[in-house]
Design a protein around this ligand. Structure first.
Ligand code: 13P
Ligand code: SF4
Length: 450
């Protein structure tokens, strides 16, 4: 039995799940239950009913999983896999920073220790930093530890004064403006996409700035064929793998071959197997620290999921929307029975894609909703997001136009479009990919096109 089979068998025996950050070595995906960015993985850590969470990531990520699932065993295969940015801030220099700027709420990037989180007001990830800062309703905010992410948020929210700590990611900081300029020359048709941990010159000269997840979403919906990526190599490896697997016909080029986080790459299949087998390298957190640190993370979820708790008014026709629980994505979406508007909170569109990709029974609940007067004009300008009140813009997803919030990425569409989108997804990929030989392809095409 090879290592992958052995790990998968152990996972079943021990009721364990493996959460993998997309900067990890790509072969780890073979044993992973979920692969994604910090926000996605922390949501999965909070929701799981597994007994053991093995975190294929770095220390602060495993710590966050433990804070969110305190009664579970959380294991980190390589206990010394840290984060150089997280290590730039500690209790002492954070206290001095807060003393210098008293009585201002402190937003803390999830790349920080539990001890640091315990002294901050709210946490954020690169995917929701803008939404979190905006919803604090304060005209001044302290942002720790990443000064580049803080400055990026500042650009998006000029009405708020953001005072940043001077931390940074030494890996993303390696990316230089000259490399962006060289990429423009060498790949004139490519789009350049950068993570907000990059320095401001790089960000300013890129075509798109977004978190790991946003970059991955962007390339799927873009018509471009070539992309230069200014973030960690793991993202590029996964994108090139998926482009091949799903015939996207897109090419992804890492801006600089040295953009590799050595801590992220410490985990191996062998390390994962041994850790799971021996249930070693368990994460523990002091009770008092955990009590305060978890408040900081909970506050982030409270802000980003605020829409879940309140009634949502349909932005298309102003009727109250009905909450529909969708099993596959384990979340509520809002459906307007009046006009057929469908509102997805952050990330749920991707969960639906994920469910479709895995060929599961999906969104039957949405299918069963019928609109009284189907809304014809979804191309409405000046719509504001029901979740965070930012501007919504039109984007293309598989030939279907939907509206997306510029800040929190929530999406709005209408029922007929969701059904059309779903059908396209099934026609394009899952259905065709699920057939294995010529005669089955012919049968499948017959079935699809009559
Ligand atoms: P994400 O929040 O995009 O997962 O990034 C985490 C990280 O460490 C980036 O360097
Ligand atoms: Fe930390 Fe940078 Fe590595 Fe991300 S890439 S884990 S911020 S050192």
């Amino acid at each position: 039995m090879d290592l992958i089979d052995k790990i998968n068998k152990l996972k079943k025996e021990k009721n364990a799940i493996i959460l993998t950050h997309c900067y990890q070595n790509v072969e780890i995906d073979e044993v992973s239950d979920y692969v994604g960015d910090s926000l996605f993985l922390s949501e999965k850590a909070a929701m799981t009913d597994a007994d053991i969470i093995l975190f294929a990531g770095v220390y602060f990520m495993a710590q966050s999983a433990k804070l969110l699932s305190p009664n579970k065993k959380v294991l980190l295969p390589e206990i010394n896999s840290g984060c150089m940015m997280a290590d730039m801030i500690n209790v002492d220099n954070l206290k001095s920073f807060k003393e210098r700027y008293p009585n201002i709420p402190v937003v803390c990037y999830i790349n920080s220790t539990a001890e640091v989180k315990a002294l901050c007001d709210v946490c954020c990830t690169s995917s929701n930093a803008i939404e979190v800062v905006k919803n604090l309703n304060s005209d001044k905010v302290l942002f720790v530890p990443d000064n580049f992410l803080g400055k990026y948020v500042q650009q998006q929210l000029p009405e708020i004064e953001i005072i940043t700590f001077n931390g940074f990611c030494p890996i993303h900081q390696r990316i230089r403006l000259e490399e962006v300029e060289a990429a423009r020359k060498n790949y004139p048709n490519a789009l350049i996409l950068a993570h907000p941990e990059c320095n401001q010159e790089v960000a300013k000269n890129s075509d798109f700035i977004g978190s790991t997840k946003e970059i991955m979403e962007y390339v799927i919906s873009s018509d471009a064929r070539q992309f230069v990526i200014a973030t960690e190599k793991g993202v590029v490896d996964r994108l090139n793998r998926d482009s091949k697997k799903f015939n996207w016909g897109k090419e992804f080029i890492l801006i600089n071959e040295n953009i590799i986080c050595p801590d992220m790459k410490k985990n191996t299949l062998e390390g994962i197997y041994n850790t799971l087998l021996n249930e070693s390298n368990e994460i523990t957190i002091d009770d008092e620290v955990a009590k305060n640190a978890v408040k900081c993370i909970d506050k982030m979820f409270e802000i980003t999921r605020a829409y879940d708790l309140k009634k949502v008014i349909c932005p298309l026709c102003s009727h109250e929307m009905k909450k529909v629980f969708v099993d596959e994505i384990n979340a509520n979406i809002d459906v307007c029975e009046e006009c057929g508007g469908v509102f997805f909170d952050y990330g749920e569109f991707e969960h639906i894609e994920f469910a479709l990709e895995n060929n599961t029974k999906c969104i039957d609940e949405i299918d069963s909703c019928e609109a009284k007067t189907p809304y014809k004009n979804v191309f409405v300008d000046n719509l504001t997001c029901p979740s965070c009140q930012s501007k919504m813009v039109k984007i293309e997803k598989r030939g279907t136009t939907i509206l997306e919030c510029e800040a929190c990425l929530s999406k709005i569409s209408v029922l007929p479009q969701i059904k059309e989108y779903r059908q396209k997804y099934i026609d394009d990929e899952v259905f065709i990919n699920s057939v294995v030989n010529d005669s089955e392809i012919i049968d499948a095409l017959d079935l699809l096109f009559g």
